[in-house]
Design a protein around this ligand. Sequence first.
Ligand SMILES: Cc1cc2nc3c(=O)[nH]c(=O)nc-3n(C[C@H](O)[C@H](O)[C@H](O)COP(=O)(O)O)c2cc1C
Length: 354
Amino acid sequence: MVEHEPLSIKPLSERPHTRHPISLAPMIDKSDRDWRWIMRRITRKTLLYTEMISAPAVLRGKRDKLLAFDPSEKPVVLQLGWDEPESLAESCRIAEDYGYDEVNLNCGCPSDKVQKHDFGACLMARPDHVARLVDAMADATILPVTVKNRIGIRSKKTGVRLEEYSHLHRFIETVSNAGCRKFIVHARIAILEGLSPGENRDVPPLRPEDVYRLKEDFPQLFVEINGGYRTPEEIDAALERTDAVMLGRIALDNPWMLSQADRRWFGSDEPSVTRREVLEAAVPYMIRRTGEGASPGLIIQPLMNLFAGRRGAKAWKRVLTALPSAGPGGFGTAIEQAVRTLDSELLDEKSELG
Ligand SMILES: Cc1cc2nc3c(=O)[nH]c(=O)nc-3n(C[C@H](O)[C@H](O)[C@H](O)COP(=O)(O)O)c2cc1C
């Protein structure tokens, strides 16, 4: 049995974290800098997360490629994954140098690769260890350190069944005693074998009541709920019971849904944007980024569903899909032409949400 130093319990007021009522989730292969840049044109206020990046990748990978971002994307949270305090601590120092606003520890990813290295959702079985990780991270940086976790985990292989609210309560209590004041809780358990990460976002039933209860039991903590939110009305209802809502797939499927976020959830009185304004900003950005080596096939992805649910959505997707074949040289002209074919009523329409 390894002896550990007792944890120093940090006063909760020490580290003010951001208090955004809406955030866009960390999503591997999706929430990269170009996606965030474009989402930032649609919503100026929403908190944005990076994809999960492992601490060894931060320390030994192509750092600028993984971490650099445009300051206009801020506020941005770097999500880290790993299970060992020193490299997480060093990654936090690096995150601070890069200008991130917060760092978040992933305790929710159930992928095989992540399980092999014992981080992500597996960490929910080790609240004391997570407390030590958070402690080391918080000691290394002035940035707030937050945690994203599930409501529980189940593993046939190890026989671990932490599915009851009491385990979640203990996890949050232990980790908050290490100084973490903000938890983003995906309101379903993770099943560690037999389901792909995608299935683990759909198959285990959502249990939002567990997250509401958490907020009641820990009123001093910032408790953000995540999982399955698709409509403004559902989000409004969740905000009655929790501090914030994190949105994932809806932002991929219908990014324009976020165009009223600033007015509806942040109390902004600035006029909402139009798709024309978004595209007018995005096109030169995309041309510049492809010139810098970004892949045309990837950079068009954030715009694919800009017209989701509207007439012309399919045609726009077809046009965008054909763009990368224009090659880096022809990309700029091709995308400018594509935008010219769009219906101006649709382009100038204000946000769909009231
Ligand atoms: C493509 C994709 C990649 C994801 N990658 C991550 C990740 O890197 N880190 C993480 O904590 N969650 C990840 N998630 C989970 C989301 O952050 C979120 O918890 C989940 O999608 C549930 O929210 P939603 O129902 O609003 O999509 C990912 C989800 C998707 C769809």
